[in-house]
Write a protein that binds this ligand. Structure first.
Ligand SMILES: [Zn+2]
Length: 199
């Protein structure tokens, strides 16, 4: 076990108790991932060209990781796994066929994929919660994180799945408020302790 990632290793063990089939595989060199990458470039006219380099994707109970995975720190990996766990739970809730209907079918035509947007929204709220808990409230409030997440809904990353920026901004504000109120009043000492664990 790699000691560089103590929190990640602990979280991964817990996740495997809940989802015993869960495994992590690299996209690079995998034939299906290469094919999906080409298809995404085609349907987004080349705008989504980071499937192999930056995007983490759960298919079934396998998390397919991009080149960027190797650069993620210990706590960043936990934040990511907490997002992906929501997709594993959604699959348990809807079944594989239901997930495919909700998630994949709206790929053609691109845009206005409300089912996919709602599934991702639930998972990104968990990203915000995990960020606040592990990296601190300030990290969760970061305008850069907000731009990145809002952009995933309104931009080419997931095929312009919900291109209504005003509405996505309102979702974001409401989710952040829910996360902050569930954390209780800010405790600056606790925040510093958590921050010092960040590498
Ligand atoms: Zn997701």
């Amino acid at each position: 076990m790699n000691e560089e990632y103590p929190n990640y290793n602990a979280y991964l063990s817990k996740l495997r108790e809940e989802f015993p089939q869960f495994r992590i595989r690299p996209k690079r060199g995998d034939r299906l991932s290469t094919w999906i990458d080409r298809a995404l470039k085609l349907v987004t006219l080349g705008r989504q060209d980071r499937y192999l380099t930056e995007y983490h994707t759960v298919l079934g109970e396998t998390l397919w990781v991009p080149d960027a995975w190797a650069r993620l720190g210990d706590l960043e990996r936990v934040v990511l796994l907490r997002h992906e766990r929501i997709h594993l739970l959604q699959r348990r809730r809807w079944g594989s066929v239901g997930m495919a209907l909700l998630y994949l079918l709206p790929l053609l035509p691109v845009g206005l994929a409300y089912g996919r947007a709602r599934l991702e929204w639930e998972a990104y709220e968990e990203t915000l919660r995990a960020t606040a808990e592990l990296l601190g409230r300030e990290a969760a409030r970061s305008p850069a994180l907000r731009r990145q997440i809002v952009g995933r809904f309104t931009g080419p990353d997931y095929g312009w799945m919900w291109p209504f920026e005003g509405q996505v901004e309102r979702w974001y504000s409401a989710a952040l408020a829910r996360v902050e109120s569930s954390l209780g009043p800010a405790d600056s000492h606790e925040q510093r302790t958590l921050d010092s664990g960040w590498s």
